[in-house]
Design a protein around this ligand. Structure first.
Ligand code: NAD
Length: 554
């Protein structure tokens, strides 16, 4: 018997099942945007599920189907907003077939206790292949050669290219896609360099990748390919100065996200022949605006964001999301959920101030280590019980925040750390000194061990109390500038006037030192973030040894 799903219009019931009160265990999954049949079949094969496909229908049919649904699968086409969630009173899981969840109101879903799951791995191979296609097309000037033949020319001399075999590929961001590109480049006989603070030496050795700093990569590589997420740190990462470091014969590829490469700087470099060539699958504004300087740039291949646009990627993504949604609904497996776990709200409220301290310490530590870490130890001293695992997740959430493309939270932070081969240790200590709750993070595996510590005071205030060897007392909020300097007279004045001249207002200035005449650390809270130029100016002051900026409330 059809269970009488009352859908308007011609909504397709892909699979139906007896749905009586007795059989309430059968859960309904609504498909709101087109999903490959492989994904639909995987869901349909589960006895516990029934699939209702309204992807060819309008919002009204979707709302009607959602009234009695436990699962919802969307691509980027459906806006999952508060009003839609209001009609989905039984909803447990939203699956996004793809990576980005910008079309899902995460806050509204989380508030309603609905888990949000995405499918980040399904398009890895297709995107890596497109990056490689761009690499070859740029190296052998395929698009330009095609145009010239169609125009009646036979310019074999003018179209001389570059060979991959024996040349060096620089991979910026050796995550899922970057690693796949590196594997393909090995098959072409290339040497591989990578810049990625999260690439462990173990994984680099396994993948036969040489880890280098960004400047060295830019200087040595014949081809540079970008595979980082677009974050505050990576926006404009390849600009005028970085392009100037590259060989004038080198080729730059970006199949990651628009905005990572400075498009104007790239257009100028190509026009002035200061760069051999470039290939882009993505741009800052998509579609590329009509008057954009890249349209006139020579030796440039462009594609309209085709990374994941293959039959196979669509199938893989559909299978991945179908499997994750099935496991969430049938086996209550929420390990791939992106939003906050369902902890009892009262318990959550009790723990939140400590978790927020952990997040903030994680952000400070990330600025100190440049994200380079193989082992993170989270120590907690205080009276809260059953908090250590969540606290470690919160610290990692802060620590990894600026480097991850997809949403990061308490549910997935430990799993992301594991993916990045960061070994996380959790240590419980007895109460330390005057602090009711003290958290200390130690990162090892980078150039040097880094430690930060902080306290949650009785009245709920948070304090940053330790940075490396220095004992400080600053509020971990807003914008902090950490200045390590030689302990000598006049430093505060010098730093203060440098900031004053740039019209940056100082809210707090704490100074700590280990011994007179040794080294000191200034923790300065400013009203606004410092520009790159101003940070460089500060670093250049004679008394200053190092400067780091930490933006805590962006
Ligand atoms: P991933 O999270 O697996 O890998 C990203 C890597 O970048 C990580 O290893 C991380 O450590 C590194 N990283 C982060 N910040 C860095 C920094 N400041 N400097 C150096 N390395 C840094 O992501 P992925 O799945 O490999 O995706 C990579 C990129 O490709 C993302 O931008 C994603 O949006 C994009 N993408 C594009 C398409 C397309 O259609 N063109 C399709 C899928 C993904």
């Amino acid at each position: 018997m059809n269970d009488g799903i009352a859908l308007t219009g011609s909504a397709t019931v892909t699979r139906t099942r007896e749905h009586t009160e007795k059989e309430r265990r059968v859960k309904r999954v609504v498909i709101a945007d087109p999903l490959s049949t492989e994904g639909l079949d995987l869901l349909g094969a589960a006895d516990e599920l029934e699939v209702v496909d309204v992807s060819s229908e309008g919002r009204e049919a979707l709302e009607e189907a959602l009234g009695d649904a436990e699962g919802l699968i969307v691509r980027s086409g459906t806006q999952v907003d508060g009003p839609l969630l209001d009609v989905a009173q039984h909803l447990e899981v939203i699956g996004r077939a793809g990576v980005g969840v910008d079309n899902i109101d995460m806050r509204a879903a989380t508030r309603r206790g609905v888990a949000v799951i995405n499918a980040p791995g399904g398009n890895t191979s297709s995107t890596a292949e497109l990056a490689f296609a761009l690499l070859l097309a740029a190296a052998r000037r395929v698009a330009e050669a095609d145009r010239s033949v169609r125009e009646g020319r036979w310019d074999r001399k003018a179209l001389r290219g570059r060979q991959l075999q024996g040349n060096t590929l620089g991979v910026i961001g050796a995550g899922r896609i970057g690693t796949e590109v590196a594997r393909r480049a090995h098959a072409f006989g290339m040497r591989i360099l990578a810049y990625d603070p999260y690439l462990s030496s173990e994984r680099a050795a396994d993948e036969r990748i040489e880890r280098v700093e960004l400047d060295e990569l830019l200087e040595r590589a014949d081809f540079v390919t970008v595979h980082v997420p677009l974050t505050e740190q990576t926006r404009g990462m390849i600009g005028v100065a970085e392009i100037a470091r590259m060989k004038p014969t080198a080729t730059l590829i970006n199949a990651a996200r628009g905005g990572i490469v400075d498009e104007r700087a790239l257009a100028v470099a190509l026009q002035q022949r200061k760069l051999g060539g470039a290939a882009l699958d993505v741009c800052e504004t998509e579609p590329l605006p009509g008057e954009h300087p890249l349209r006139e740039a020579p030796n440039l291949v462009m594609t309209p964001h085709l990374g994941a646009a293959t039959v196979e990627a669509q199938r893989e993504v559909a299978l991945e999301i179908a499997k994750r949604v099935r496991d969430a609904l049938v086996a209550a497996d929420l390990t791939s959920a992106l939003n906050v776990p369902q902890i009892d709200p009262k318990e959550r409220a009790r723990l939140e101030p400590l978790l927020e301290l952990g997040r903030r310490l994680g952000v400070v530590l990330s600025a100190l280590t440049d994200g380079r870490c193989e082992r993170l130890e989270v120590r907690y001293a205080g009276s809260m019980r059953r908090v250590l695992r969540l606290l470690a997740a919160a610290c990692l959430e802060g620590y990894l925040r600026s480097t991850v493309a997809s949403p990061l939270n308490l549910v997935n932070a430990l799993a992301v750390a594991d993916e990045r081969s960061i070994d996380v240790a959790r240590v419980r200590r007895r109460r330390i000194a005057d602090y009711a709750n003290y958290v200390e993070l130690t990162a090892t595996g980078g150039p040097r061990e880094q430690v930060v510590g902080g306290a949650l005071l009785e009245e709920g205030h948070r304090r940053l109390t330790r940075v490396g060897r220095f004992h400080v007392d600053a509020m971990p909020r807003g914008n902090l500038v950490l200045v390590k300097n030689r302990d000598m007279p006049g430093v505060i004045g010098e730093v203060g006037s440098c900031l004053g001249e740039a019209e940056v207002n100082i809210a707090e200035y704490h100074l700590a030192r280990t011994e007179a005449g040794g080294e000191a650390l200034g923790v300065i809270r400013t009203d606004a973030p410092l520009s790159k130029e101003l940070l460089e100016e500060l670093s250049g002051l004679p008394s200053v040894i190092a400067v780091r900026q930490v933006v805590l409330d962006s």
